[in-house]
Design a protein around this ligand. Structure first.
Ligand SMILES: Cc1cc2nc3c(=O)[nH]c(=O)nc-3n(C[C@H](O)[C@H](O)[C@H](O)COP(=O)(O)O)c2cc1C
Length: 182
């Protein structure tokens, strides 16, 4: 099991583009104590600062099984895993929680209670962001894309992503995620 400790957001470091695009993150929405949660792999999103708060922004298509849980519950987590868990992320990115009584177990992952939010994290994660939803930007609009850029190839079914911002209320990671002073 990975040894994680709390890292203040000002002292946190992550190669963000590599993480989103190549290594991915596991989004988990719902509530551990209610026994109602679901997880899915995400490869699009961002981290930054807005309204004086550190945030994680996620983009989720409406048809995901995770979506109603994301709507109903106030928190979510994003977890990063060591390379040997890539298969689990591929699983969670291709199989739906609709098909599994326990999607985490089917992926070989162990859901655990979070420190500050209802949505669970994962024992095998080396990094967990705990997030409290603060802004729902609703779905991306076709009219928002500025020509000549168009994202039409991504939306043949008009299933535009929902954009949700969460305040990062805690970051728990292994020591390599702690920035050295500079
Ligand atoms: C590498 C990768 C990245 C993905 N990124 C996203 C994403 O950012 N947003 C999204 O809605 N779906 C994304 N998906 C697809 C979902 O993870 C996938 O549809 C999943 O099976 C949904 O699970 P659910 O139905 O249990 O919610 C991604 C899949 C993979 C493999």
């Amino acid at each position: 099991m990975a040894e994680r400790s709390a890292i203040p957001w000002e002292d946190f470091q992550l190669p963000v583009f590599r993480q989103w695009a190549k290594n991915w993150l596991l989004l988990c929405a719902g509530d551990f104590n209610d026994g109602k949660y679901n997880m899915m792999t995400v490869g699009w999103g961002s981290f930054g600062v807005i309204w004086g708060k550190p945030f994680a922004m996620i983009l989720v298509r409406p048809q995901r099984f995770t979506m109603p849980l994301l709507e109903k519950y106030p928190t979510f987590t994003l977890s990063a895993f060591p390379a040997d868990k890539k298969d689990a992320l591929s699983f969670c990115g291709s199989k739906s929680g609709r098909e599994y009584a326990d999607k985490a177990a089917a992926a070989g992952l162990t859901a655990i209670p979070s420190q500050q939010v209802g949505a669970p994290g994962f024992a095998e994660a080396e990094l967990i962001f705990e997030c409290n939803k603060i802004y729902d930007a609703e779905v991306l609009k076709k009219s928002g894309f500025i020509p000549p850029f168009t994202a039409e190839e991504w939306y043949p079914q008009n299933d535009y992503h929902r954009v949700i911002y969460g305040e990062i209320t805690g970051i728990y990671g292994t020591p390599e995620y702690r920035a050295s002073a500079r």
